[in-house]
Design a protein around this ligand. Structure first.
Ligand SMILES: Cc1ncc(COP(=O)(O)O)c(C=O)c1O
Length: 386
């Protein structure tokens, strides 16, 4: 079966957060992480059938939904989980906030590696916890953990470590040795490890995704894994995600912290989730081919046509490119690219000073990406011209 990733859908005038931001302006939105592709045909068909039933009451996952998810983890990653470890959530940002509240007290510290997806920083702060950020280091074209800085950042009030695996926005797949060392670090400092793996099904290079909690019992017993079909299958608006918590005490704390304030997952979300993990593997493989080719297009175009912009490290996973624009010396890079018709994400939201990086979402048809890159070329050329 072939799938159409060339079709450019009309999202302007729909309720799309991504496209509404620039309504009425000729700006291609390559910011928030959803894709301009229709979900897999299997998901669309399952939703159509569910909608036709006409009853949308309070929901609980049926056994086949749980089996589809658990089966995908075993097949793809060799990770066998007990279904009772799953806590369903309406979103992973909620999961990050909840994790901070469940395992740290106000004034306690939550470690993370920057640049990172903004709720890793804002999540703890929202409830009076402190975000401690350890910048990643660029070593020989690779983002590396600064282990010395990480050790120095720990205080008696450090309770949690927030890991992004694979890491948004630097598109890095963590290797076994790194994850094992992080596990040893968390064990030694008695930290709960929260591993956000929302991008794990979007690995572009020939590298395995290693679920952090799958690396041994000690790791599993202190890890909260966050996963969702939302990024991979382009269903983030259906608000369905999971926390996987093997340890019964940690799980009870998490559930207690969520009591009465966490919305339940909805009927359409469960339907899409099942069709995603059980029936959409050929679509996912085709998507990965499109994303690889978009990734290669960006790498080539940036190197040849965008002087002053660099991509410092391989894009191993995700559909997000982290572009260094510091050499352009723009006070406000986002505003500059918007003036030339491209909407990117502000690097400073990810925990670094403004003016160094911007993030580009390449989860879109190749034609959209090519047009955006041409606009960026004009934007770069316009610098310095009155
Ligand atoms: C690492 C990471 N976690 C969580 C989310 C968002 O999760 P949700 O939409 O389920 O709140 C994103 C979205 O880009 C993300 O990149």
């Amino acid at each position: 079966m072939t799938f159409d990733f060339d079709h450019v859908p009309q999202r302007l005038g729909t309720d799309s957060q991504k496209w509404q931001k620039y309504a009425g302006r000729d700006i291609l939105p390559l910011w928030v992480a959803d894709m301009d592709f229709k979900s897999s045909p299997a998901i669309v068909a399952a939703l159509q059938q569910r909608v036709a039933e006409g009853i949308y009451g309070y929901a609980r996952p049926v056994a086949s939904t749980v089996e589809a998810f658990v089966g995908a983890l075993t097949q793809r990653y060799g990770w066998t989980i007990d279904p009772t470890w799953i806590v369903w959530l309406p979103g992973l940002v909620a999961g990050l906030n909840l994790t901070a509240q469940a395992y740290a007290e106000p004034g306690d510290e939550v470690l993370t590696l920057t640049p990172v997806y903004p709720p890793f920083i804002s999540g703890p702060k929202n409830s009076g916890r402190i975000s401690t950020q350890v910048p990643l280091r660029l070593v020989a074209h690779r983002w590396e953990i600064d282990w010395g800085a990480l050790e120095r950042a720990v205080t008696p009030r450090t309770k949690l470590f927030f890991l992004c695996n694979p890491h948004n926005p630097i598109a890095r797949v963590w290797r076994r040795a790194e994850l094992e060392r992080l596990g040893e670090f968390c064990l030694r400092h008695n930290l709960v490890l929260c591993s956000d793996e929302i991008h794990c099904d979007l690995i572009l290079d020939d590298l395995p995704h290693l679920p952090t909690a799958s690396l041994g019992d000690a790791m599993a017993q202190r890890t909260i894994t966050l996963m969702a079909p939302s990024k991979t299958y382009n269903v983030p608006g259906l608000c369905t995600s999971m926390a996987i918590i093997p340890d019964a005490i940690l799980r009870a704390k998490f559930i207690r912290a969520s009591a009465g304030i966490m919305a339940e997952v909805n009927v359409l979300g469960f339907t899409a989730c099942e069709a995603a993990y059980r029936d959409s593997e050929p679509w996912r493989q085709a998507l990965l081919q499109t994303l690889r080719s978009n990734r290669d297009l960006i790498l080539d175009f940036v190197a040849r046509e965008l002087p002053g912009i660099t991509i410092e490290a391989p894009i191993e996973a995700t559909y997000l490119a982290w572009l260094n624009v510091a050499a352009l010396k723009l006070a406000d890079p986002i505003a500059h690219f918007e003036q030339h018709g491209v909407g990117l994400s502000e690097g400073s939201f990810f925990g670094e000073p403004r003016g160094i990086h911007v993030r580009l979402n390449f989860g879109c048809p190749p034609a959209t990406l090519r047009e955006a890159l041409q606009r960026m070329k004009r934007a770069v050329a316009a610098i310095g011209t009155p």
